[in-house]
Design a protein around this ligand. Structure first.
Ligand SMILES: NC(=O)c1ccc[n+]([C@@H]2O[C@H](COP(=O)([O-])OP(=O)(O)OC[C@H]3O[C@@H](n4cnc5c(N)ncnc54)[C@H](O)[C@@H]3O)[C@@H](O)[C@H]2O)c1
Length: 391
């Protein structure tokens, strides 16, 4: 069995999720066409690195991420650090001829993101970005229905990703609240997922946006320790730190194919845990998806008896091979980490075949350009064409 050695950088929430998914891949997919090996994990210091290696099952650890990039035995460099480090780490990995799996948003701005995509294409390495929500088999079905013209020409899209994971003012300051590290706030963090959904489903480039960004909680207590969700950040000095990234974003957009739409993105929508979803209206039908029915797609088609037509709920089941890798019966509810395992499987298949993975750095760079256009729109209080963003 072919082995692909993983060098993982950053063992916080996503680092742990990726490690779990590599370990689940052989069980779910029978270790085919290759098996990932948890070779080495890098963290900010010796203590966190060695603990992460022990807990996640890596053979080795290091407190210096460059050792992973320089290690000739590593096949895939997997980047799970705060956003500002993605560019430097990915560029170093690409220069060393490694395949790169990077979390979203790909970079702190579109210029960096396109440079990363170009470098990877030139080097002939395979890239994958963690837009895990589109790995839900429901989104494979939705994309196919749109591509097959089942809802006619897409005309309107309403996307939402409203959550409250930063909704309490006592939640300590973290890298997500610091523009230098995060690049932007919710527009990059969650907006990346929203525009990835749109790009996946409709595949029409966004041409124009108008966007408003707001900081709702302007300062937060200093954390006791460094780190985001996964390290202990409670019980700091009591000092307050100024937040300079947005908590709330609302955007309207138009695509090259004439689709209009709007997005609602929030990390402070008190009471909403994960209100993720979309409504896509076409000239002949419509699709609806809501995260609280995580495996269901609602499909409406024009025609038939007007007295009885309505949305049909399609529940995912083992007719989809990715779903079947987990559950032999329909409707059980594949979830977040299952989609991440599917993402890992797509990466493993692509690397084993030497073919491009999806979604790759270029996909993520296109998303990043839309995010940058949203940020410019907010700053200049006007509609912005996406091609105004220099790359
Ligand atoms: N795809 C998704 O659904 C999803 C969800 C959450 C986060 N993310 C993305 O994943 C990335 C990480 O987010 P997170 O929530 O895991 O953050 P986190 O704060 O929990 O973890 C980041 C880790 O990186 C480590 N780190 C920082 N600098 C490092 C360095 N120089 N070398 C090695 N390790 C270093 C930190 O110590 C920390 O443990 C971000 O880009 C974020 O946007 C994606």
């Amino acid at each position: 069995m072919r082995e692909l050695k993983i060098g993982l950088i950053g063992a916080g929430w996503m680092g742990k999720a990726h490690a779990m998914c590599y370990r689940a891949q052989p069980l779910a997919f029978g270790a085919k066409p290759a098996v990932p090996v948890l070779e080495v994990v890098a963290e900010v210091n010796e203590e966190i690195a060695s603990r992460s290696a022990r807990e996640f099952g890596f053979r080795r650890h290091t407190a210096e991420w460059r050792e992973i990039v320089d290690d000739p035995t590593i096949d895939i460099v997997d980047i799970n650090t705060p956003n500002d480090l993605h560019y430097e780490m990915a560029m170093a990995a690409i220069a060393a001829g490694k395949h790169v799996y990077c979390e979203k948003p790909l970079a702190n701005d579109a210029k960096e993101a396109f440079a990363m995509a170009e470098a990877a294409e030139k080097a002939g390495v395979i890239t994958m970005v963690g837009f895990n929500y589109i790995k839900n088999p429901v989104q494979t079905l939705a994309r196919r229905l749109v591509a097959d013209g089942e809802i006619g020409a897409p005309s309107y899209y309403r996307g939402s990703f409203s959550a409250d994971f930063l909704g309490r003012p006592e939640i300590p300051f973290s890298w997500r609240n610091d523009k230098a590290q995060a690049g932007s706030g919710v527009i990059g963090d969650i907006g990346a997922h929203c525009f990835a959904y749109l790009q996946h489903l409709v595949g029409q480039p966004v041409e124009e946006v108008v966007c408003n960004l707001e900081i709702v909680i302007p300062e937060r207590p200093a954390p006791a320790a460094h780190g985001g969700f996964s390290q202990d950040t409670g019980g700091g000095s009591g000092q307050m730190v100024r937040v300079d990234t947005d908590d709330l974003a609302t955007a309207m957009f138009k695509t090259s194919g004439g689709l209009n739409g709007h997005m609602e993105m929030s990390r402070v929508s008190v009471g909403k845990r994960m209100d993720i979803g979309y409504e896509l209206t076409g000239t002949q039908g419509a699709l609806r998806y809501f995260y609280d029915r995580i495996n269901d797609l609602q499909v409406y088609k024009q025609g038939g008896d007007p007295g009885t037509t309505g949305f049909k709920h399609v529940a995912m089941g083992p007719t989809d091979p990715r779903y079947a890798a987990f559950y032999p019966v329909p409707g059980l509810g594949a979830g977040y980490n299952d989609f991440k395992v599917m993402e890992v499987q797509d990466l493993i298949e692509a690397v084993a075949a030497g073919e491009p993975a999806y979604p790759d750095f270029r996909f993520a760079a296109e998303v990043q350009r839309v995010i940058d256009a949203c940020i410019l729109s907010d700053a200049e209080r006007r509609w912005v064409r996406v091609d105004e963003i220099a790359i």
